[in-house]
Ligand binder design. Structure first.
Ligand code: IVH
Length: 687
């Protein structure tokens, strides 16, 4: 049966539209339609194709996943070898590279600096994509550079790789080269999913990307958050007229391929060094991991004159960042007791320099993590320090394990108070059952109570809390308000003046807010934002203390677990006594007039956040805005009321300006938040 013309035309139109929106979303980072609308287009096309399977084309956007699992990957010989890069580890080597380039180009000393393209070196896997008549026909890994593996089925599942190039002026044959990688966020989400299913966690985003791409079943790959950036080309059937690498990249971008937005043209060795320093500073803020900078001579004609030797072009160089992983010995596993009694194993390491910082401790998270990696005291381990996160142990070097080592076991008793340590069936955490009888938990509870975002008792530092608890001067947070200057002056490192100051600070801390007070109590999983929601919802402590689980779950961001923690906290006589004692001591706050959601100051307003904020994270800004009733959306449209533009805001800002939407800079956002919340906005993590 012939397919009616309007249906054929509609299918084609939908494909074109989807292709267009893919490019807006993935390549230009500037979607024109909401995700739901995009999904509708895709579903319409699926419906037509289901009815008329003859209409399905290999490059239809519906055909990303499919085919039967493979038995193995076929070998692919690269038409042009996939070269690697020479490495440089300091500025001197970058200078030598530039000197070499100048010599090969026969430039004398007075000649102007050579133009280079600089861009981040992605820590993923090199991939070759072969497009014939604009359709993706084959994808291969780099392998040994001469031949790699055919991973076409898997590559097709990566949404940011076009199955069909856009704009019709591409050459009949085009091989695109680039890197498949996993973002930091995608990696973290994948690992928590793996752990929840009791499957192996990946050591780093690179391994996760490689493991995901080497799946024989492309349905598995389709669930993995892989992304792609291109950085060059391989074979092409026609020469197309670009004079420089940066023009080539702009052309690839027009055809629908993602190019790193940090790519820049820099002049000479000085420009290269400067770019490296800038990027090194911005490294932790990038959404994906990079291991250096790649420099390429920009002019294609110059590249050709310079050529390649053996396995690497002489016109390109990788300037590597200091390594993030090193080997060292695990000296001991200590157990720390947290505020909620959680026993956390901590690795004590033989000091080792990782990327310029001496590392002596690493987190081990919990018992399961240690068992999974089979980490034992005395082992040689690989430690990794990425950005400002606490170093962790990636793996044990099994070949160096000494005979007689013993598997780690979590203690059965709390190392501080000796109470039984318990682990409930649904938790990975082992907890001390001593509650506030445990000195460690007491200390942590007091430190938390006094912290800046809680009652903000200036001058009551960790060392002081340790002494107060050790000497039995303070057993609960309420005891803090019984301290007098004479007692305090007898403590180590306390003079009369500092003792007086502390007494004054204690006095000042008594005037607080309900939200801070709730947060200060240290109820499990009640962070600053949840505390504020609870305060706004109930208005007074009495109302909160009387609330049952059902009522609590109506509060925004309170689920069953948090609700249960709140109920359990106020059920304990001990906790109620402490609350009463604090109020008797004079801790007070104004009650809050409870506001209905629709009456919140920014109810009905839509915000879009873009660029980097320096005072608070985007997530924090979002939570604050939501607490004020606002909606926070990912894309700018005519319905957007405000766009908050941080540092390096890009296309979203441009779009807002085009649509005449109010743009706030960071200072204006902080001002707006502070005046609406009636308190300071500060940069601290939420828990
Ligand atoms: S250009 C002629 N640019 O680094 C060599 N490579 O060490 C073409 N890589 O196999 C490579 N980011 O997988 C280039 N922006 C970038 C890169 C990059 C990561 C990888 C690539 C290559 C390896 C060489």
């Amino acid at each position: 049966m012939a397919i009616p013309d309007p249906i054929v035309a509609r299918a084609q139109q939908l494909r074109d539209e989807i292709l267009h929106h893919n490019q807006r979303y993935y390549v230009l980072d500037d979607p024109q339609i909401p995700d739901a609308e995009y999904d509708r287009l895709l579903r319409q096309l699926q419906a037509i194709e289901q009815q008329y399977p003859e209409l399905i084309t290999a490059d239809s956007p519906t055909q990303r996943v499919g085919g039967t699992p493979l038995k193995g990957f076929a070998e692919v010989r690269h038409d042009l070898p996939m070269l690697s890069l020479n490495n440089a580890f300091d500025d001197g080597e970058v200078n030598e590279f530039d000197q070499r380039v100048r010599k090969l180009l026969a430039l004398d000393e007075d000649a102007p600096p050579v133009a280079y393209v600089a861009e981040p070196k992605l820590d993923g896997l090199a991939i070759s994509l072969r497009y014939e008549a604009g359709s993706l026909v084959r994808a291969a890994t780099r392998g040994d550079g001469v031949s790699g593996e055919d991973v076409t089925q898997n590559i097709r599942t990566i949404a940011s790789i076009p199955l069909q190039l856009s704009a019709g002026d591409y050459p009949p044959l085009l091989e695109v080269r680039g890197e498949v990688y996993m973002s930091k966020r995608g990696f973290a989400q994948l690992n928590s999913r793996q752990l929840a299913r009791e499957e192996k966690a990946f050591a780093n985003p690179r391994n996760a990307a490689a493991g995901s791409l080497r799946q024989l079943d492309s349905e598995v790959t389709a669930t993995r958050p892989l992304e792609f950036y291109c950085y060059g080309i391989g074979v092409v059937s026609d020469v197309f007229s670009v004079a420089s690498h940066h023009q080539l990249m702009a052309q690839l971008r027009r055809w629908g391929l993602r190019v790193q937005p940090q790519m820049a043209v820099v002049m000479g060795a000085a420009g290269c060094v400067d770019y490296y320093q800038q990027l090194n500073k911005a490294r932790d803020q990038l959404p994906y991991e990079i291991d250096g900078v790649v420099y390429k001579v920009d002019e294609i004609e110059q590249q050709q004159r310079i050529g390649a030797v053996s396995r690497a072009p002489r016109w390109a160089l990788a300037r590597k960042f200091p390594a993030q992983e090193e080997m060292t010995r695990l000296l001991a596993i200590d157990i720390q007791v947290g505020r909620t009694g959680a026993l956390t194993p901590v690795a004590r390491l033989e000091p080792v320099n990782v990327g310029g910082v001496t590392v002596t401790n690493a987190t081990l998270h919990n018992e399961e993590e240690i068992q999974r990696k089979d980490i034992r005291v005395g082992d040689t381990v690989i430690v990794r320090r990425a950005g400002d996160v606490i170093p962790n142990i990636v793996a044990v070097v099994m070949a160096r394990r000494s005979a007689g080592s013993e598997p780690f076991q979590m203690p059965q008793q709390c190392p501080v108070c000796g109470a039984d340590a318990q682990r409930s069936a649904d938790e990975v955490v082992t907890r001390c059952s001593g509650g506030l009888y445990c000195a460690a938990q007491r200390k942590e509870a007091i430190k938390h109570f006094a912290s800046r975002r809680a009652l903000d008792i200036e001058g009551l530092g960790d060392k002081l809390v340790e002494q107060l608890v050790a000497r039995g001067l303070v057993n609960s947070v309420a005891d803090l308000y019984k301290l007098d200057a004479q007692q305090l002056a007898t403590l180590e490192r306390m003079a009369e003046k500092s003792a007086n100051n502390l007494v004054e600070a204690l006095e000042r801390s008594k005037a607080t807010t309900l939200a801070r007070f709730i947060y200060a109590l240290g109820i499990r999983e009640v962070g600053e934002v949840t505390a504020a929601s609870l305060a706004n919802h109930y208005g007074s402590l009495e109302n909160l203390m009387a609330a049952d689980g059902e009522s609590l779950e109506e509060v925004s961001d309170v689920g069953a677990v948090v609700a249960a923690h709140v109920v359990a906290f106020f059920k304990q006589a001990h906790n109620r006594e402490v609350v009463a004692a604090l109020r008797d001591a004079g801790v007070h706050w104004p009650d809050i007039k409870v506001v209905a959601r629709a009456d919140l100051p920014y109810a009905g307003k839509t915000f879009v956040l873009t660029g980097t904020l320096s005072t608070l994270s985007r997530e924090q800004a979002k939570e604050h805005l939501q607490a004020l009733g606002a909606k926070v959306s990912g894309s700018v449209s005519a319905k957007t009321d405000y766009v908050v533009a941080g540092e390096k805001a890009g296309s979203k800002l441009a779009k807002a300006e085009k649509l005449g939407i109010t743009v706030l800079d960071e200072a204006a956002l902080i001002k707006l938040l502070e005046s609406a919340m009636g308190r300071e906005v500060r940069d601290d993590s939420i828990e």
